[in-house]
Design a protein around this ligand. Sequence first.
Ligand code: PFF
Ligand code: NA
Length: 451
Amino acid sequence: MTLKASSHGQWSSKMGFILAAVGSAVGLGNIWKFPYMVGDSGGAAFVLVYLLCVFLIGMPILVAEWMIGRRGQHNPINSVVKVAEQNNRAKVWGLIGVAGTLGAWLILSFYSVIGGWALSYIGFSGAGDFSGISPEGAGELFSNFLGSPGTLLGWHTAFMALVVVIVAMGVSNGLERAAKLLMPALVLLLLVLVVYGITTPGFADAMAFMFQPDLTKLTGQTVLAALGHAFFTLSLGMGIMLAYGSYLGEDVNLLKTARTVVILDTVIALLAGMAIFPVVFTNGLDASAGPGLIFVTLPLAFGQMGAGSILGVLFFILLVFAALTSAMSLLEPVVELLEERTPMNRIGATLVAGIATWLLGIASVLSLNLWSELHLLPGMTVFDSLDYLTSKFMLPLTGLGAIVFLGWAMNQDSVLKELQLSGGQATAWQLASRYIAPIGVVIVFISSLFS
Ligand code: PFF
Ligand code: NA
């Protein structure tokens, strides 16, 4: 949605589109969230379910969102309504777009808080705070950080300000182009960390933890977590990929492109896990430490490496970049909605959307310290509640709406034609889009009610 030509044009190139989609997908979800969720959920069984969800449910829904967007040629809400009308269906399908925009706002509010953590860790690393740090020291550094609401607020503000400036100035285009260089650099640094991990005694345990599934560890809640994260990591269920689709040229092959984006996103998440868990097992840390996991393990790894401080600075800078391209994609739908439905211009709309998100983010900041006892959903802080509501509830439901719409409300001949599928491949696609993906989501929901 940022690389558009004048008026409602198309992506300047296929490459531009892939960059924007990968920019939105690859972010804190891969490097911060995936490892701690693996740790929280007991390891390989979660990884296995996650992979199934990403490929069998996430990928068809990614295709569905792009196709609806490409046909609708409008913002997420109007696109769905338009395609519904084309297919003689009720306008109520437009709710998919409404729920998506709301979800984007909720997610960005806490995403920005974690983006702030990454920003501040650039500074810690640069100041040499990691060199020779002990496991206890790394834990203390992080918990002291979490315990200072003012500091957290400052970094949350800084991150959100960066997002607002980038979106308001319309320079997201440039940032996405930069991602072409920065994303490979991030992968390279992850590889350095993985190689470092291989040299540590905990490596074998880490691999077993991530890749030898013990299916008895699966509960309905774990499976729901894996499904929710599949949506989160691919930026699904928020109208974002729908919006991107509206700038997509007819010549782009949706299935191939989806495969590229999904594989890249998955590889980066797996690499992050393979970088983190050797450190966890080598130092006897708690794999289920939660959202702080990478902020305790990475300082240890960098602290023990040659040139660790510099590598640490570089790593957190690249993480911030990856987070920014995702955050931009989250702010954009809110901005577009305000621009279209109110008299505000782009800068005004961006400021208002940014401030609204920043304000909500303050609740997440406080839930890590002063408000840690305040529960929004039963037993969950504001931060946990927002994550739960969005990842485990809104995203899967909205994504379900998109895939049911594509599989059951749209004309299937035209869908198959657009995907250039026939014969066995067409049957496989229909099986995936009409049955496996939607029924998968429903089964996960139902099983999560029981455990
Ligand atoms: N997919 C991003 C990540 O994995 O970090 C996060 C995200 C971006 C989620 C955009 C949702 C979204 F719409
Ligand atoms: Na991701």
